[in-house]
Design a protein around this ligand. Structure first.
Ligand SMILES: *[C@@H]1O[C@H](CO)[C@@H](O)[C@H](O)[C@H]1NC(C)=O
Ligand SMILES: *[C@@H]1O[C@H](CO)[C@@H](O)[C@H](O)[C@H]1NC(C)=O
Length: 279
């Protein structure tokens, strides 16, 4: 037994979790299939794919990647990847090469030496999104995004309905097109563009997301080096895990708990029982 532990410890120190390197895990916790759209999408399966309920997928972003990830709902694509969606569509293509149609919740990233990321509802909301950094070094590196589903609390004048069901919530700027809601003209700076009744409704559902254009201090986050788990239809309090390079990493467990979990995964993995851990 003692020998086994020493062997494991050696293995453990040799294969210590490395610092983050732009690995993205995209997880669908929704009750239905979604079709993530990603631009630029060259390293993300061409920028679009179907993700069934409970599925996750792992990608490695290119160095310096700057882009956005959103979810599309209610899609129908033919065998050639041609079709349409109820929300978030990028033209008629499964693989996105341009922005998605609003309203759509966006996860935005700029992976410079310091990574910047946020969840934005400035172009409306279609799905709850949470961005959770893992394997991070420093920065105010916490979970961005939603605690609730704005489709349930969307003011009726902003709601997009299909068969009387709210499938998305438009931004007040999109619906009313005024300088105040769009932060333009005399409202074109952080001092004059203040929260409104509508942006406050958005902020309640997604406290760590942009609810209007100048909502910066509580909405933009930084990490120096990290991997990211982007989860649809979850909330910031849920633990999320990514399995990548024979390694299981979970959110909110940078200390001993994570090491123990990881060791467990390693031990079980050695016995070929890894699928059980993932269940
Ligand atoms: C793609 O589908 C749309 C309808 O969704 C159709 O109008 C268009 O002709 C199709 N394009 C191709 C290349 O099949
Ligand atoms: C995180 O740090 C950035 C850059 O220093 C800052 O602009 C932002 O307001 C901070 N975000 C939070 C939520 O504290």
């Amino acid at each position: 037994m003692r020998t086994l532990w020493i062997a494991l410890l050696l293995l453990f120190s040799g294969a210590k979790p490395s610092e983050g390197a732009g690995v993205f895990t995209i997880v669908n916790e929704c009750k239905t299939t979604i079709w993530p759209g990603i631009i630029p999408g060259d390293s993300f399966n061409g920028g679009g794919f179907a993700l069934k309920q409970g599925q996750s997928v792992v990608f490695k972003a290119p160095v310096g990647w700057s882009g956005r990830i959103w979810g599309r709902t209610g899609c129908n694509f033919d065998r050639n990847g041609n079709g349409s969606c109820q929300t978030g569509r990028c033209g008629s293509s499964l693989k996105c090469s341009g922005s998605g149609e609003t309203p759509a919740t966006l996860a935005e990233f700029t992976l410079t030496a310091l990574n910047f990321y946020d969840v934005s509802l400035v172009d409306g909301f279609n799905l709850p999104v949470v961005v959770t950094p893992v394997n991070a070094q420093g920065g105010n590196c916490s979970s961005a995004g939603c605690d609730g589903d704005l489709r349930r609390t969307c003011p009726s004048e902003l709601a997009v309905r299909v068969d009387r069901e709210t499938v998305a919530c438009r931004s007040a700027c999109d619906v009313f097109d005024t300088d105040q809601y769009c932060c333009r003209g005399v409202f074109g700076n952080a001092a004059t563009c203040q929260p409104t009744y509508y942006s406050k409704t958005f902020k309640t559902a997604c406290p760590a997301a942009y609810s209007y254009a100048y909502d910066d201090p509580s909405s933009i986050f930084t990490c120096s080096q990290a991997d990211y788990i982007v989860t649809f239809c979850s909330n910031r309090k849920n633990r999320v895990c990514s399995y990548h390079d024979n390694r299981l990493t979970c959110s909110g467990t940078e200390g001993g708990a994570s090491a123990r979990k990881w060791l467990m995964a390693t031990v079980l993995g050695l016995w070929g029982l890894l699928p059980l851990v993932l269940l």
